[in-house]
Design a protein around this ligand. Structure first.
Ligand SMILES: [Fe+2]
Length: 312
């Protein structure tokens, strides 16, 4: 089934800022411009991994899941169709825009646009970081991880596990909030989700660098004013990532980290942690910032969990 998060697309009124924010702060490489004006950013030899298109509001436009080849592509589409989702086989034009061989799309139970593809274009030995740094941990582990807000964690989880083939890595319980972590390759988690009644959203996207010094260098830039630091340097209990969080020009946060452990075959029984961190990871300003991308679904917005303060 799903093998990795191959690419991800956002929309934002401040999309153009990513052309400098991505390379200068995060060390991403600006991909050659296409006629659509979308900012595409590279983090390895793949044609691109992150795109940000112009939009009226900050939002997640699509999640791009990769599968191994044409046979796995057909099998995945059958499973999604059998789960009751309308699958659209996208044409060559959109596939070329996403830089993949073949592409299909569907909406998940809460309206996120999901894409499945195989054959992500790759230009070997061409990645050049936007500033001096040692590079990103990607390859078969995909581009990183994304943390979503779901209005119904059980229903979302059933979709990702039963339809897309994810496995539960572990769970963290933290200030009354439950966060579940899911893997689809060697990365500790490619997806995590937590529940906020009535809301869908994106909390953060994690990029993993190859050196602790890369985290420190980026943290220096953020603390010098390149972006808003939202969570201080710390180390997570479950994946052991040493990271900090900063606000991007598209509202959502980037977790910029190093040193995460892989999922190993002998760790197939999910664990539970009653704390998120071994050390650090304190919210800047004293209370946790609400997710930068979040919108009401269905009947109404619901109440923010107590974990989030009143910060505007
Ligand atoms: Fe994370």
């Amino acid at each position: 089934m799903i093998e990795s998060l191959a690419y991800v697309g956002f929309v934002s009124p401040r999309a153009a800022e990513w052309a400098s924010f991505g390379p200068q702060v995060l060390g991403l490489q600006l991909a050659p411009a296409q006629a659509d004006g979308v900012v595409r950013l590279r983090m390895d030899d793949a044609a691109y991994r992150i795109s940000v298109a112009d939009g009226q509001h900050d939002g997640l436009d699509h999640l791009g899941w990769g599968v191994a080849g044409p046979a796995q592509f057909e099998a995945a589409l059958q499973r999604v169709h059998a789960a009751g989702c309308k699958v659209v086989r996208e044409g060559a034009e959109l596939a070329a825009s996403r830089c993949v061989a073949e592409l299909a799309s569907f909406s998940d139970p809460f309206g996120w646009r999901q894409e499945i593809s195989w054959g992500q274009a790759c230009r070997q030995n061409t990645f050049q970081p936007g500033r001096p740094m040692s590079g990103f941990v990607t390859g078969e582990a995909g581009l990183g991880h994304i943390v979503l807000i779901s209005p119904d964690l059980a229903r979302s989880e059933a979709f990702y596990l039963d339809v897309l083939g994810f496995r539960v890595t572990d769970e963290v319980r933290f200030m009354g909030q439950k966060i579940r972590f899911y893997n689809c390759n060697s990365r500790h988690h490619t997806l995590a989700m937590t529940e906020v009644p009535g809301m869908v959203g994106v909390h953060h996207l994690m990029l993993q660098v190859r050196s602790l010094d890369d985290v420190g260098t980026a943290l220096d830039k953020v603390q010098q004013g390149a972006a808003e630091l939202t969570v201080t340097l710390g180390r997570h209990c479950n994946d052991h990532m040493v990271s900090f969080y900063a606000r991007t020009p598209a509202g959502f946060e980037i977790e910029y980290g190093w040193g995460a452990v892989d999922v190993h075959a002998d760790e197939s029984i999910p664990r539970m942690y009653d704390s998120g961190d071994i050390w650090g990871h304190q919210p800047v300003g004293g209370s946790w910032h609400p997710p930068g991308i979040m919108r009401p679904i269905g009947a109404g917005p619901g109440a923010l969990p107590a974990i989030f303060g009143d910060r505007k």
